[in-house]
Design a protein around this ligand. Structure first.
Ligand SMILES: [Zn+2]
Length: 178
């Protein structure tokens, strides 16, 4: 998948939790995190290896580990679930693509790669090949497929508009109590 669909998920999760650009960036990064394994191509680790692309970092175990790390950091179980589930959306969406190898979602129990029986999303070319006609097609399909999430995430909120309306202070005035 190109990044557009994963980022849409991350921004929508941020929107559901608390909207600000830091949350949007953080959850987008989490939704993209499993693709950190593209480093495997540089390290010449075979695609099909457990630590190759769509391998260990595309497992539910990795998503759970991210959730545990969030819990260890903030001691917030709701945040931990949200982090784990956001990361887990990545392999599920990749399993809906129509190319490459499947995702090793059950690693380390099994190295087997999986796809869903229905694969409506075109697989993205890797690296500079993304700048090809095929890359443009993938971006267009993903932009369309994830449009509802983008709309949900970016639709203006009433509260946000009230905060930003000129002449309406967002905080009560500070009074001098000498
Ligand atoms: Zn991926």
């Amino acid at each position: 998948m190109a990044a557009i669909g994963h980022v849409a998920v991350g921004i929508a999760v941020a929107r559901a939790r608390r909207w600000d650009w830091r949350h949007a960036l953080a959850f987008s990064a989490l939704a993209l995190l499993p693709d950190v394994d593209v480093i495997a191509f540089v390290l010449r680790i075979p695609y099909s290896a457990p630590f190759g692309h769509r391998g260990a970092t595309h497992s539910f175990a990795f998503a759970a580990l991210c959730g545990l790390a969030a819990w260890a950091w903030r001691r917030d179980s709701k945040l931990a679930w949200l982090v784990g589930l956001t990361v887990a959306t990545h392999p599920l969406l990749d399993a809906l693509t129509d190319g490459g190898l499947g995702v090793a979602c059950f690693w380390p129990v099994s190295d087997e790669r999986f796809f869903f029986p229905w694969q409506p999303l075109p697989v993205a070319p890797i690296g500079q090949h993304m700048l090809s006609a095929r890359g443009g097609f993938v971006v267009a399909v993903e932009a369309l497929a994830f449009l509802p999430l983008w709309l949900y995430a970016l639709w203006p909120r009433k509260g946000f508009q009230r905060q930003c309306r000129p002449g309406v202070p967002s905080k009560p005035p500070i009074t001098d109590r000498h």
